[in-house]
Design a binder for this molecule. Structure first.
Ligand SMILES: [Zn+2]
Length: 280
């Protein structure tokens, strides 16, 4: 077993799975009541039902043999040659990626590591990854602060679920395959409804979102950073995920046994919005 596993509080993972389940349930119930989805609703429901929720760490870490096998081809490290070490590791990673080319997608594979303090949606796998490293304050806390968990972790989960339906995620079906499952009518509705996210984020001014250190007397180097259709359309998925994620957290807490409102810490401020523009 990986040493890593000895330092993990498994109750955290169990509690986080509950939050994930409730936020996913809130998203699903929204889909059932959305009036504009038409016949696309069926595949949308299938997609959310089939979305894998990978929380904590991969099973690989619990299995000594698999762990040894995974690292068997790892290049030898030399403490005197850092650059060469990094080049060798990079080559190892690239070869592992290339070996997966044209092979069936492993849907429950972890595209990112469990020690990253972030969360991810994988379009190819139609899966969400909530690494164990993110299950710590201010995103996740011990009981009895469950409502805070729904607020902070909830917004992260809602964000990632929304990526499955953002402007690029929606091009793929419930198994992650490129597949046109939208009708002409719902496609037009989607384009028109998603415009509000672009409008909202275009309205932010760079001078409002720089840190106080940068704002006071510093020259604003990119006054057009948040303006312009080209940039906003590139970031439309992030804008939609960020705004929607906050909605699902409130709905999630309503369907949870906690039954009280949550509190969010992330991206409620213009600074948070700015962060989202520099980090996908
Ligand atoms: Zn995102």
């Amino acid at each position: 077993m990986g040493v890593f596993c000895h330092y993990i509080n498994k109750e955290y993972i169990f509690s986080a799975r509950e939050v994930v389940k409730d936020i996913k349930g809130a998203f699903r119930s929204m889909l059932t009541t959305a009036t504009w989805m038409g016949s696309a609703r069926e595949e949308a429901l299938r997609k959310v039902d089939n979305m894998l929720m990978l929380v904590g760490y991969p099973d690989l870490l619990k299995n000594e043999t698999s762990l040894e096998e995974y690292h068997s081809s790892l290049p030898k490290m030399n403490e005197q040659t850092h650059f060469e070490n990094m080049m060798a590791l990079s080559r190892w990673h690239s070869l592992r990626s290339l070996a997966r080319l044209r092979k069936p997608v492993v849907r429950d594979g972890w595209a990112r590591g469990p020690v990253e303090t972030n969360a991810f949606y994988s379009t190819l796998q139609n899966s969400i990854i909530i690494p164990v490293a993110v299950l710590q304050p201010p995103i996740f806390r011990r009981e009895p602060l469950t409502a805070l968990n729904y607020g902070a972790l909830g917004v992260v989960i809602g964000h990632e679920i929304t990526h499955g339906f953002d402007n690029s995620g929606r091009e793929r079906d419930h198994e992650g395959n490129l597949h046109e499952w939208w009708t002409a009518e719902t496609d037009a509705e989607y384009a028109s409804r998603s415009r509000c996210f672009a409008d909202q984020y275009e309205a932010f001014d760079v001078s409002q979102i720089l840190s106080p250190y940068e704002r006071d007397g510093a020259e604003v180097k990119s006054p057009g950073l948040l303006r312009g259709d080209a940039l906003v359309s590139v970031r439309l998925g992030e804008c939609a995920a960020e705004s929607s994620g906050r909605g699902w957290k409130f709905l999630g807490v309503c369907v949870s046994p906690v039954g009280v409102g949550g509190s969010s810490w992330v991206c409620e401020s213009p600074v948070g919005v700015a962060w989202k523009f520099v980090d996908v």
